[in-house]
Write a protein that binds this ligand. Structure first.
Ligand SMILES: C[S@@+](CC[C@H](N)C(=O)[O-])C[C@H]1O[C@@H](n2cnc3c(N)ncnc32)[C@H](O)[C@@H]1O
Length: 284
């Protein structure tokens, strides 16, 4: 049996090899994740369980499905915010939404996907932004939002956030889209209003197996960074086929298509904001 201690391990790339067959048995392809990211998550679980060697941890993982579930949940980094990178939302609202609406009939729905939505703030930000704009144009909105983390989706569906999460939002947005609640510990929370909640369907689901077609907009922000290049290519191809010919894809500020094969599928509408538009297939 291979014994690898944390200090013995010279390069992070060794970790996936040891765990690969165990993850395979649980149906998880760990080669999709960046090795250094995977190693950090495994090391964290080992510290929590007070284990010193990878082989000890491998044994626990093999025997206990609950530990696999804990590790899988820990692969989901749920950090997020309402209107994360505010300028991206603002530019999208001012310059892209009018273009989307101009290509639609008044009765057409605007279809939006928040891919890797974590605890829901991104999907609610989209709903608030589009609802604010479409009252002017008359189109209705349909948002799908998914995440692999069950905990994150349960939280998102509840739509209740501590006061700190919304404190930076303009008062007018809070007053229009949230109502105040006091929870059992007497702390103040804000719940998203039903008119906004009802625009979104949340689902526990992997991006690659999400059923999404004819989307006008896909936001997939701060998700690709955890994946290897080939997995990133797969995900971006999935988005390409899920978008309308005129659809837009928005990535996170640290994510790019530069140097990827999929670069030829999109052109940057606003490069700094990572807002891309699909190039229809007959054009490339
Ligand atoms: C850092 S959060 C980003 C949340 C939000 N998009 C934002 O930018 O604020 C990344 C989320 O992506 C989810 N995720 C990672 N891989 C995924 C996949 N293949 N399918 C669905 N969700 C995924 C994680 O569970 C996590 O909640």
């Amino acid at each position: 049996m291979i014994i690898l201690s944390l200090s013995e391990l010279p390069i992070s790339e060794d970790v996936p090899e040891l765990f690969k067959p165990i993850f395979n048995d649980y149906g998880l392809d760990i080669t999709r994740y960046k090795p250094a990211f995977m190693k950090r998550r495994i090391d964290r679980r080992m510290r929590i369980l007070d284990l010193n060697t990878y082989s000890e941890y491998a044994l626990v993982l093999k025997k206990e499905k609950s530990e696999f579930e804990e590790l899988f949940e820990s692969l989901s980094i749920n950090v997020t915010n309402f209107f994360r990178d505010f300028s991206v939302f603002d530019k999208f609202r001012l310059e892209i939404i009018p273009k989307i609406v101009s290509g639609l009939d008044k009765h057409d729905k605007i279809r939006i996907w928040s891919a890797g939505c974590a605890s829901g703030e991104e999907a609610y930000s989209l709903a608030i932004m589009f609802a604010g704009e479409t009252s002017r144009y008359g189109n209705t909105i349909e948002i799908i939002a998914n995440d692999v983390s069950e905990k994150a989706i349960t939280f998102a569906q509840n739509g209740r956030y501590i006061a700190n999460s919304i404190e930076k939002l303009p008062n007018s947005i809070i007053a229009k889209n949230f109502h105040m609640l006091t929870n059992v510990e007497n702390n103040i929370e804000y719940e998203v209003n039903p008119s906004i909640k009802n625009l979104i369907s949340f689902k526990v689901c992997d991006i690659l197996s999400t059923d999404a077609k004819q989307m006008d907009v896909i936001l997939c922000r701060n998700v690709l960074i955890y994946y290897e290049r080939e997995a990133q290519e797969l995900i971006i191809n999935k988005f390409y086929h899920s978008l309308k010919d005129t659809g837009y894809l928005v990535l996170g500020m640290d994510e790019t298509m530069l140097g990827r094969r999929c670069e030829k599928l999109f052109h940057p509408s606003m490069a700094r904001e990572r807002i891309y538009q699909k190039i229809p297939s007959k054009k490339h």
